[in-house]
Design a protein around this ligand. Structure first.
Ligand code: PXL
Length: 280
């Protein structure tokens, strides 16, 4: 069985980061090892959350793993709480990375033109440095703008997207993928650039006009799970985009409308079926 290490926080309540990655990647038939960067009572979109920072535990945990000789087929980082944790993530890539370990980074820090409460522009630049070490990065347009000093636009054309992809590629990652890219009214999806094969790829599906927290984490978890199972970039991004969209649709049908996270638990069987079809 393949094995992914995911490095991100545990938000005890709120369905995001580790509490999404662990069940989703496990359901995709991949062993999921977690390295929690912090424990929060909820994610940071709630008011008054508590945080227990785990920065000083990260390297000792990894040293133990190194002694045990553990190997990871992929390392997936999401929300990292601080500049120091970005530096530690780099060390972990150096220790456990290699030709047979996919480094997948979702530089979680911003959305809708704004940084999340815990972050500033200096943090965004450090994240850009981390992204340079990746095989694949999956920022949204806001994150890409903060990392590349580009003006954020709500309305844009394909030229703007390609320019952003070029600037992201210049950071050093092998494949750069922008998420939440809408190229026509009513549609949204991904637009990627594979620098190794000098190839663009696009996948668009229906845009559902609703904002739920944690959808980026769902999307990234499915991508890294699918790539680790051996799907192509095109197939992995299609699976992730479709699953995320279907999960938002199902969540909208929930009369409780849980804004803090989507009902991915209800759509996991569909994910498992779609993955096994894609693997045929
Ligand atoms: O979903 C991304 C995320 C992960 N972890 C924490 C967050 C957020 C987004 O706000 O606050 C703690």
């Amino acid at each position: 069985m393949k094995r992914i290490l995911t490095i991100q926080d545990i938000s005890c309540f709120g369905k995001c980061s580790t509490t999404v990655a662990l069940p989703v990647i496990s359901a995709m038939g991949v062993e999921t090892v977690i390295l929690p960067t912090a424990v929060l009572s909820t994610h940071t979109m709630f008011k008054g959350f508590t945080v227990r920072d785990l920065t000083e535990d990260l390297l000792p945990i990894c040293e133990h793993w190194k002694k045990e000789g553990f190997h990871f087929d992929a390392i997936y980082t999401g929300y990292l709480g601080s500049a120091e944790e970005i530096e530690i993530a780099k060390k972990i890539f150096d220790e456990f990375g290699g030709d047979d370990t996919l480094i997948f980074i979702d530089p979680v820090m911003a959305d809708n033109g704004k940084l999340y409460p815990a972050f500033d522009e200096a943090y965004a630049k450090l994240n850009a440095g981390l992204c340079g070490k990746a095989d694949i990065i999956v920022p949204n347009i806001t994150e890409a703008c903060f990392m590349t000093d580009t003006e954020y636009k709500e309305e844009y054309d394909e030229e703007y997207v390609k320019t952003l992809l070029g600037k992201l590629a210049a950071l050093g990652a092998k494949t750069v993928v922008l998420t939440g890219v809408s190229l026509s009214a009513g549609n949204t999806g991904v637009y990627g650039y594979d620098t190794v094969n000098d190839k663009y790829f696009i996948y668009q599906n229906e845009h559902i006009d609703a904002a739920f927290h944690g959808t980026g984490d769902i999307f990234a978890s499915v991508c890294v799970g699918a790539l680790t199972r051996g799907l192509s970039l095109d197939d992995a991004f299609k699976l992730a985009a479709d699953y995320t969209k279907d999960t938002i649709r199902v969540t909208l049908d929930n009369p409780e409308k849980p804004w803090y996270g989507v009902d991915f638990e209800a759509t996991i069987p569909e994910l498992v079926n779609s993955l096994s079809d894609a693997l045929k």
